[in-house]
Structures are given as structure tokens and as C-alpha cells.
Write a protein that binds this ligand. Structure first.
Ligand code: SF4
Ligand code: MSK
Length: 615
């Protein structure tokens, strides 16, 4: 029986496309999720281990069957090891992305990547001074060295408040080299190495910190140097940005290195003329997931949707090329694209997909590759079958591009007005709401209801990733959305002409939130854990989100998760994460799938922090 699309998404465009998919017999993630039910109970609890070939082993959560693996590993050990491996995978994804950007930056510095240039000279100079070097090449080398560093703290941890640095040092979780922490996770979780759940979780926090204050921050800062630091820009979001009479190229994944070139190639008069010859009235580039956020905030490229909309976009029948790089790209896209004329084009040497045409991207030939990809999309336009085209009308305007620099600029050059508003209570606190979609939660329901509840209660929201897409679609990234905010926040937003929900970028740009939190804490002379602030990931699914959770909590921010992490098989590990961590790093996790209750948890936390600060 057909599923009620209202149980799958709150987004009207997605509901419309889910209906189209059902009628056409096209399978989506929601259908596959249902076919997985019931999901493995051992896996859900984090209780299965296949770290060696004496296994796989699984622990009986009721204590009636096996309570130890063949080697003697208990539930605590197995759950903590599995969690640590997820953190390592997530940190490696962000940091390997950063490595590629650093590689391009180095090539630019050496004059070996003529298609790229420095777009933010002022930020480049600030970074050179932060690293204590005099030349661009020396900066490139110093940043590259952060990955393989063996000792000592990562450079960007110097941005954290002194109290936080001291705490990390005292706990032995000050992040050293980015690669070193990730490798150490793999070593520790090998059979017969680290078998103490507390020690494993501490390494998880350390690895998370190497992501947040290392890999992610490097990616953000160097992308700004190479492509420009975002400034406020208006655009549109949702599937309605696809154009019926234009060549539609979707850029999906995470890295801006190629998508920047595709945006440029699509504007090339030669390509536009080619499109006209094919009968199209232009070339429309639209973004998806975090590649979408990158080009949205720097070029105002419209955003077609978030994670769970990738298949729905193809199902419109109007996508001439779905161009992907790395991360959050469903392998299902190949088969689905095969039901339409859509060319599914993979570009990263690290990420190949069944059913994709591989057009490999390398920085030295980036403009040529981008042109070939756009040309392939243009030539595919004539293959579009009008009978299969269904583009929902829904799209919303949005205001994006709130880098820390922009926020400081909007405040008149320093953080004082924001701090004043926090002190007066006009802004009750800050909520960082980020993360993915997950069919375990009705699409966008968790994101939108949590954010609306927060702003209604005068909590200024900072957003990235797929939450940012959800907010853009719901009209929450517009200055007019201040009308949905409480009186205090509304007044601040109206005075500054800003939305109550500030789009800070892609997932690696959560590092911007760290930088902002550190700056506010430093200005107040307190630690990050003292701030009236809370984080949330209402619909998270990826291992990157696990790494983000580790660095956000490790940095001192109370964080509410909307989907349940696979740790409940160990009450010791779950207890450490949701309570014990507070006494260690000054913050912990909470798990609450109901976005209204989750928002209340965040607001209660913000209020208790205000009280402690005497506000
Ligand atoms: Fe089983 Fe231990 Fe091997 Fe894991 S490491 S599979 S618990 S024997
Ligand atoms: S894209 S990591 S689904 S936020 Fe960054 Fe969205 Fe999560 Fe991917």
C-alpha cells in the first residue's frame, strides 16, 4: 500500500515528489528504510563487533546470553570502540577534504594551479600572522604539516579560551596532528589494544577536536582565502529552483574545488551559446547538501535541497547532470538516474559509483574538466523526456553568507552589541542547529520545529549543513522571519536587518561557530562551557556528525541529538556521554527525538548558564 507522504516529510516540494515517485514506482531512501525494518537490535545498541576474525561477536543486551566477545570484550568495550571508529571516520572525511583544499592552496602558492587565485588577501595575511610565517608558501607548508604533526597542539587551538586549552592539556586530549589522532583511533580499537571505555572515549574527544579545531577549520579558512569569505547574499531554495527551460546541473557533495569551476563554466558565453543551440534558454546550476551551501553562500547559486532530496531532484526528470564529489552521495543515484535521461557524473578519484560516468577532477585541469562536464549536461538536454518532467513550484527566498567576519561587520566592527544583547536578555542565548536528514525522523520536521521554537524563545540560531537548507526552504533565513521570533530577538534582528537564523555555511563551517564561540567567551573572559549556548543535530545520520558531536561537546557545548546514537548497549558509555562528561569537559549530550522537547532542553540549559553568569 502506498505510504502517506505526510509521514515522510513536512516539506511540500518533497511530499509532491514522493507522490510522483510512488506513482512511478521509483524507490527512495524512505522505501529502503522501511524494507530494513526491524533494524538489527544489536547494531542499534552498538553491541556487535567484527574487529577480528574470531568474531563477529555480539553481546546479549539482557545479560542472558553472551556477555563477552570471544576475546572477552564486554559491552562497554565494544560500544566505546565502535563509537571511536565512527568518530575517526567522520574526522577523516572532514580532514581529507581539508587536505585537498590545502593541497590546492599550496599549488596556488607555488604558481602550479593558475586557474585558482587568492580571493581574500586580508584573511591570508591574518592566517600568516597566526601561524607566524612571512610567505604564502611557508603558510601552505605549515598548514600541510598540521596533518602529520607528531606533538604539540594544533595551531588553531590557539583560538580557544585559555581555560579550555588548560583543561584539554590536563585531560591529555589536546589534539596533536590530525592524521595522528585518526590513526591512533584505529590502533586503539584493533583487537587487544585499548580496552578501557573511558580511555577510548577520551581519545574520541581528542580526535573530534582534531577535526573541529584542525581539519574542518583548515578547510573553512583556506576555502575563504581561495574562493572568498562569504558575505550576505540572497538566493532561493528548494526543488522549485530547477528550471523547466534551462539545462539543469546539480552540484552535490562537499568540496567547492570543482563546483566553483562549474559555476564559472556554466557562465561561459561559449557554453551558454551551446545551450541555446540545444533549444535551452540558459544553464542553471543548483546546489545540494554542502557543495550546495558552499556555492550558495559565495555565489548565490540556488539550493535544490538537502540530503533526503537528492533522489527527489533526479525524479523531477529535469536534471541534465547530477555532478558529485565526496560524502553524503547515495549510491542509489546511479540506478535512479538510469530511469531518466540524467547523467550521473562522479568526479573525485576517491569516490566512484555504480551507474556513474567518471570525469575525474584534478586541480591543474579543473577549468577543462568543468567545461567538459557542463558541455555533457548541455548536450544531454535534448534527451530530456517532457512527459517525465515534474518540477514542484515550491521555492523560498533566503539570505545566506554569515561568516564570522560578516557577523562582526553587521554588529559594527566588534562583538560588543551581541554581548550587550545577551547581557540584557534581548538575546537569551545562542543555539547552533546543524546536521543531516534521516528517514528515522520525518524529513525537516526536527529541524524546522526546533529552530522555530528556539527563535520564538529569543535564542539566536546559527545554522549549517542540511539544517541550513531546511531553514532556507522554510523561509527562516530571511530578515522578515524575525516576526516569528520573541520580542527581544526580533528587535535585535530588525535593528541589524538580519534574519533570526544565520546561515554560516557547510558542515566544515561548524568551525566558524567554534571560532565565534571562542571569540565571545574570550570577550567575556570565560570558557566556552560557561556561555548561554547549546548545540543540536535534530536529524543527524553521518559519521561526520559523530565527530562533530565529539568536538562540540569536547569544546564545552551542551548538545542535543535527535536520533539515537548506537551506544545504548553500554549504560556506562551512555552515562558518560549524557552525564559524566559534564564533570570532565563541562558539557554533555542529551538525546531527544521530539524537537519541541529538545528545544526546551536547550533553553533550560541556556537559562541555567545565564544564571551562573549572573545574567
Ligand atoms: Fe569478538 Fe573480540 Fe574479535 Fe571483537 S575483537 S570480534 S569482540 S573476539
Ligand atoms: S551534507 S553530513 S547530510 S548535514 Fe554536509 Fe547534510 Fe549531514 Fe551530509
Amino acid at each position: 500500500m502506498a505510504k502517506d507522504v505526510r509521514d515522510r516529510s513536512i516539506d511540500p516540494a518533497s511530499r509532491e515528489m514522493l507522490d510522483v515517485c510512488q506513482r512511478a514506482g521509483l524507490e527512495t531512501a524512505w522505501d529502503r528504510f522501511e524494507k530494513q525494518q526491524p533494524q538489527c537490535g544489536f547494531g542499534e545498541l552498538g553491541l556487535c563487533c567484527r574487529n577480528c576474525n574470531m568474531g563477529p561477536c555480539r553481546i546479549d543486551p539482557f545479560g542472558e546470553g553472551a556477555i563477552k566477545g570471544v576475546c572477552g570484550a564486554t559491552a562497554d568495550i565494544i560500544v566505546a570502540r565502535n563509537l571511536l571508529r565512527s568518530i575517526a571516520a567522520g574526522a577523516s572525511a572532514h580532514s581529507d577534504h581539508a587536505r585537498d583544499v590545502a593541497h590546492t592552496f599550496r599549488a596556488v602558492s607555488m604558481g602550479e594551479a593558475p586557474s585558482y587565485s587568492i580571493k581574500d588577501q586580508a584573511k591570508l595575511e591574518r592566517l600568516m600572522s597566526e601561524y607566524g610565517v612571512d610567505t604564502q608558501i611557508a603558510l601552505a607548508d605549515a598548514i600541510m604539516a598540521q596533518f602529520g604533526k607528531q606533538d604539540g597542539p594544533l595551531q588553531f587551538t590557539g583560538r580557544a579560551p585559555a581555560k579550555r586549552l588548560e583543561l584539554w592539556k590536563k585531560l591529555g586530549i589536546e589534539p596533536r596532528g590530525i592524521d595522528r589522532e585518526i590513526v591512533e583511533c584505529m590502533h586503539r580499537t584493533h583487537m587487544g589494544v585499548d580496552n578501557d571505555y573511558v580511555s577510548l572515549i577520551l581519545q574520541g574527544l581528542r580526535t573530534g577536536l582534531a577535526d573541529g579545531w584542525g581539519g574542518s577549520m583548515i578547510a573553512t579558512e583556506l576555502q575563504d582565502v581561495l574562493f572568498g569569505t562569504p558575505t550576505p547574499t540572497f538566493s532561493e531554495a528548494n526543488l522549485g529552483v530547477l528550471e523547466p527551460n534551462q539545462v539543469n546541473v546539480i552540484v552535490h557533495g562537499h568540496e567547492p574545488l570543482l563546483s566553483e569551476m562549474i559555476v564559472a563554466a556554466a557562465a561561459d558565453p561559449e557554453m551558454v551559446e551551446l545551450a541555446t543551440k540545444q533549444g535551452a534558454v540558459g544553464i542553471n546550476v543548483a546546489g545540494m547538501c554542502c557543495t550546495g551551501n558552499e556555492v550558495l553562500m559565495r555565489h548565490g547559486v540556488p539550493a535544490a535541497g538537502n540530503f533526503l532530496q537528492q533522489e527527489l531532484a533526479v525524479a523531477t526528470g529535469a536534471v541534465d547532470a547530477m555532478v558529485v564529489d565526496v560524502q553524503c552521495v547515495m549510491p542509489a543515484l546511479g540506478a535512479l538516474a538510469g530511469c531518466f535521461h540524467t547523467k550521473f557524473i562522479s568526479t573525485s578519484p576517491k569516490a566512484k559509483f555504480p551507474g556513474a560516468v567518471h570525469m575525474e577532477f584534478h586541480e591543474e585541469t579543473a577549468p577543462e574538466t568543468a567545461k567538459s562536464i557542463v558541455s555533457a549536461a548541455v548536450q544531454n538536454y535534448k534527451n530530456r523526456n517532457p512527459a517525465k518532467v515534474h518540477i514542484p513550484k515550491e521555492k523560498s527566498k533566503c539570505m545566506v553568507g554569515f561568516s564570522v567576519e560578516t557577523i562582526v561587520g553587521a554588529l559594527g566592527g566588534n562583538l560588543d552589541p551581541l554581548i550587550g544583547a545577551i547581557k540584557s536578555g534581548a538575546v537569551r542565548g545562542i543555539g547552533a542547529v546543524v546536521g543531516c536528514n534521516n528517514p528515522k525522523i520525518v524529513h525537516d520536521y526536527g529541524h524546522i520545529n526546533m529552530v522555530k521554537e528556539l527563535i520564538k524563545n529569543n535564542v539566536l540560531v546559527l545554522t549549517t549543513g542540511c539544517n541550513a537548507h531546511a531553514c532556507a526552504k522554510a523561509g527562516l533565513l530571511l530578515p522578515e522571519a524575525a516576526d516569528l521570533a520573541g520580542e527581544g530577538l526580533k528587535g535585535v534582528c530588525k535593528a541589524l536587518g538580519i534574519p533570526p537564523v544565520l546561515h554560516m555555511g557547510s558542515c566544515v563551517d561548524i568551525s566558524r561557530i567554534l571560532t565565534a564561540a571562542a571569540a565571545v567567551a574570550n570577550a567575556l573572559g570565560v570558557d566556552i562551557s560557561d556561555l548561554p549556548a547549546a548545540g543540536a543535530a535534530p536529524e543527524w545520520m553521518s559519521e561526520k556528525a559523530v565527530a562533530i558531536g565529539a568536538y562540540v561537546v569536547g569544546s564545552g557545548v551542551y548538545t542535543v541529538l535527535g536520533t539515537v546514537p548506537q551506544v545504548l548497549g553500554s549504560s556506562a558509555v551512555a552515562g558518560l556521554l549524557t552525564a559524566g562528561a559534564k564533570d570532565v569537559v563541562g558539557a554533555c549530550f542529551a538525546v531527544e527525538p521530539d524537537p519541541f522537547k529538545a528545544a526546551t532542553l536547550m533553553i533550560d540549559h541556556i537559562d541555567s548558564q545565564r544564571k551562573k553568569l549572573g545574567l
